[in-house]
Design a protein around this ligand. Structure first.
Ligand code: SF4
Length: 428
């Protein structure tokens, strides 16, 4: 059969899709991923159910594929992932044209539904959908934290770390498939391993995968402030392969709001951790995510957040408006910050960050960096430094004065910059 899979949502969903594609391919099916317009016997939609906008995007995609099915472009339609996990019964009633709704842990059921066999021997193998030279490595799923605004523990359940030997084997498989950069992801990267034997194993995991030949960059995403192991910061500082980069969502900085968010730490703890990073790894690029318009957020509390962003100067910043999520503790609070104010607060923070980003990028002019080339497009190449993660951060735009190959590293001199991109030329 020809089976197409479409992934919506986050990189964790993408990794789930890659496991499933590998299983289906091993059963002799012709599989493809995110290939609009293809006709297929089966279409599988891996949905996102995190926040309102993401849910709407998933529902629109389902309706699109229901229409394709009506027009005979696809045979069967299967829906999986977070939206389906969260609203299976409602969706089944609303969308009888869909042949099957599955959750986030139901891959074996999907495989048997397609008259195929699940191969446990492929548990550490994936059909990689990203460019060959980088791949995500999902080190755990689910989350034990209790952030008041977050629906993920209710969708993905409690934390389940993938055992270290399996992750090492998976990383070796990815390396032998051509991956040079591994991007470690989870709902809560900080607590890796604690659910396995009560001990934090993030340091051990980094030691293990940094020993794999072919892997040159290891990048950490979705860290949580509370409990971040100091030995991991020291290992990052000492080990060339671990990028001087960390994605660590802080969500806010005001103590009253952090308490209401049930983040388990206050402003002091966040500042201490971030400053430890900058002290031990002076050139570290820190990415964070902030929420604006949380219930009860006063002008003064928002001002405190703005002041913090202004003086701390994150390297990368994402800002999202609060949206009340059904079943979360925060949804019991009055969502009293008007949508218009939320949007203004998001814009204000993003404008501030744009200035910070431009200043930081301009300061790189004249410097040389190790850059991996992601792709060739039109009259230039696009790459990244170790301070930039794929799809979310800055890119380096490089002219074609010299032929460069995607997936290879080159020494690049920065010749110019804008808010979110750098310009560069190859160094002979
Ligand atoms: S750590 Fe992240 S995934 Fe876990 S509850 Fe908090 S926001 Fe949600």
């Amino acid at each position: 059969m020809v089976i197409q899979l479409i992934t919506l949502g986050c990189s964790k969903n993408l990794v789930d899709s890659e496991y499933l594609l590998k299983q289906l391919e091993s059963n002799g099916h012709r599989v493809c991923h995110d290939t609009p317009g293809i006709e297929s016997d089966v279409a599988i939609l891996n949905t996102c159910g995190f926040i309102l906008d993401a849910r709407q995007e998933s529902i629109d995609a389902i309706l699109h594929f229901v229409d394709l099915k009506r027009r005979g472009k696809i045979g069967r339609l299967i829906v999986m992932g977070c939206l389906s996990e969260r609203y299976k019964d409602e969706l089944r009633k609303e969308l009888p044209e869909v042949d099957g709704f599955y959750g986030v842990w139901d891959q074996r059921d999907i495989i048997s539904d397609l008259n195929s066999a699940y191969d446990p021997g492929l548990g550490n193998h994936r059909w990689v959908t990203t460019p060959v030279h980088y791949a995500f490595l999902k080190i755990s799923e689910g989350c034990n934290r209790k952030c008041s605004f977050c629906a993920i523990p209710g969708i993905r359940g409690m934390q389940r770390s993938k055992p270290l030997p399996d992750l090492t084997e998976e990383a070796e498989n990815l390396a032998s498939g051509g991956a040079k950069e591994l991007i470690l992801i989870a709902q809560d990267l900080t607590n890796y391993g604690i659910d396995l034997d009560g001990k934090n194993q993030l340091h051990s995991l980094l030691k293990s995968i940094s020993g794999i030949d072919g892997i040159e960059w290891i990048r950490l995403h979705y860290a949580y402030p509370t409990g971040f192991p100091k030995e991991v910061i020291e290992f990052m500082a000492a080990n060339e392969k671990v990028c001087n980069y960390l994605d660590i969502p802080i969500q806010h900085i005001n103590n009253r709001i952090l308490r209401s968010m049930q983040r388990g730490h206050g402003r002091e703890a966040i500042e201490k951790l971030l400053n430890d990073f900058r002290t031990l790894i002076p050139d570290v690029a820190l990415r964070t995510t902030i929420m604006a318009g949380y219930p009860g957020e006063t002008d003064k509390e928002f001002e405190e957040l703005v002041e913090f962003v202004r003086y701390f100067e994150f390297d990368r910043l994402g800002v999202f408006p609060y949206s009340a999520e059904e079943g979360t503790p925060a949804s019991a609070l009055k969502d009293d910050v008007p949508e218009k104010i939320k949007a203004e607060r998001v814009d204000m923070l993003m404008e501030l960050q744009q200035d910070i980003s431009l200043k930081k990028n301009l300061s790189k002019t004249g410097s040389r960096f190790k850059v991996i080339i992601d792709r060739e497009e039109g009259g230039h190449y696009t790459g990244r430094t170790e301070y930039d993660s794929p799809e979310v951060d800055n890119e380096v735009i490089i002219g074609k004065e010299k032929e460069l190959r995607p997936g290879e590293f080159y020494s690049i001199e920065i010749t110019g910059a804008s808010e979110f991109d750098l310009l560069g030329k190859p160094v002979d």
